[in-house]
Design a protein around this ligand. Structure first.
Ligand SMILES: NC(=O)c1ccc[n+]([C@@H]2O[C@H](COP(=O)([O-])OP(=O)(O)OC[C@H]3O[C@@H](n4cnc5c(N)ncnc54)[C@H](O)[C@@H]3O)[C@@H](O)[C@H]2O)c1
Length: 330
């Protein structure tokens, strides 16, 4: 099926804005729907923007009744692990109920193709590394549980109503497109790379590495960093794959783990600033190591990360914060 008109829900956020940019560059007609609770107007890359909340079902139903899309890409979510432990109600509402509204509106209006942002948090503590898709799912945070619940909903909606879905479990999204004015600007920012860069550029007062006594090569956590534009590429390929397979689930990572201190070292080398991070206690629910087995996505989608080199990512993020020290203007 030819995909030409798409709806990107959560397209004002970090991953969604980069995906929209990528999709526009690939000739697609992109409409973004976002409530701007976390996203930024200046990150919008689309031909049409609809400011709306997924929690408003009637609004969503009206929109999908009036406009037909070839595919829907769902990035919108609340996505802070710690906050989800403090306030699970918000997460069940903004993730599960919002996704339910979207699926219902799709079902009623006959939209049948969805690409969904899932996460490696569905696995919980790894029993075996790298994590492959069939690894037991035992999420340890409400955030991870909401994403796994949505995966199950998507499975049921596929079987009963024929809604096709690609469920993509990202590891750590990283990098940006500074030359096109796109960066990473979460408020608050909990991701390591932007936080180390901001510290190096004197844009923040402190930098804490959580835990230096993990059973890893230097005692700090190991994560798998995947470039947002590599994620974007996988989304379009996964969407096309739904022509032949009605439901797919893939890890999106590089298969290479980098420790927190290796990230700090990369920023130190590239910025030339001698950063000395502080060390704090381990954060509850932070596994020592999370690394993807992403061979299934590579094999089945013909996808290969091409931009997920740490030094290149750090160079871009330094460039973005050098031109936008406070992030997006709004
Ligand atoms: N960033 C990562 O490293 C990472 C890793 C794994 C999975 N994910 C998943 O990828 C997706 C995107 O992550 P991100 O970092 O871009 O997040 P983000 O917070 O930058 O973007 C989310 C966007 O969704 C919008 N949104 C939230 N709730 C909404 C609602 N009810 N109605 C309409 N819009 C709403 C926000 O305004 C924001 O623009 C999320 O689903 C997240 O769980 C991200």
């Amino acid at each position: 099926m030819t995909i030409s008109r798409i709806l990107v829900i959560g397209g004002a956020g970090y991953v969604g804005s980069h995906f929209s940019f990528f999709a526009m560059n690939n000739g697609l007609d992109v409409t973004v729907l976002d409530n701007l609770s976390k996203g930024h107007k200046s990150a919008l890359r689309c031909s049409q923007f609809v400011q709306a909340d997924l929690l408003n079902y009637d609004n969503l139903l009206n929109h999908l009744s009036e406009r037909r899309y070839d595919a829907i890409f769902h990035f919108a979510a609340s996505c802070l692990v710690g906050e989800s432990v403090q306030d699970p109600a918000q997460y069940y509402k903004n993730n599960v109920i919002a996704a339910f509204n979207m699926l219902e509106a799709m079902r009623v209006t006959g939209h049948d193709r969805l690409v969904f942002s899932s996460t490696c948090a569905v696995y919980g503590y790894p029993k075996k590394l790298p994590l492959y898709e069939d690894h037991p799912k035992d999420p340890i945070s409400p955030y991870g549980r909401t994403k796994l619940t949505i995966e199950w909903m998507l499975e049921d909606y596929n079987i009963a109503y024929g809604i096709r879905s690609a469920q993509l479990r990202y590891f750590n999204a990283a990098g940006c497109e500074p030359d096109s004015g796109l960066g990473e600007d979460h408020r608050p920012e909990t991701h390591l790379i932007p936080n180390v860069v901001r510290f190096a550029l004197n844009l923040s007062d402190s930098l804490t590495i959580f835990g230096d006594d993990y059973p890893t090569r230097d005692g700090t956590c190991i994560r798998d960093y995947i470039h947002v534009m590599d994620l974007a590429d996988a989304h379009l390929k996964a969407c096309a794959k739904l022509d032949t397979i009605p439901m797919i689930r893939f890890n999106l990572g590089t298969g290479v783990g980098l420790s927190n201190l290796e990230v700090v070292d990369s920023v130190r080398r590239i910025s030339g600033v001698n950063i000395a991070p502080g060390f704090g206690p381990r954060r509850p629910g932070d596994p020592a190591e999370l690394v993807a087995d992403a061979s299934a996505a590579q094999k089945n989608l013909g996808w290969k990360p091409s931009r997920s080199n740490l030094d290149a990512i750090v160079t871009e993020v330094i460039k973005w914060f050098s031109s936008c020290p406070q992030g997006y203007p709004n």
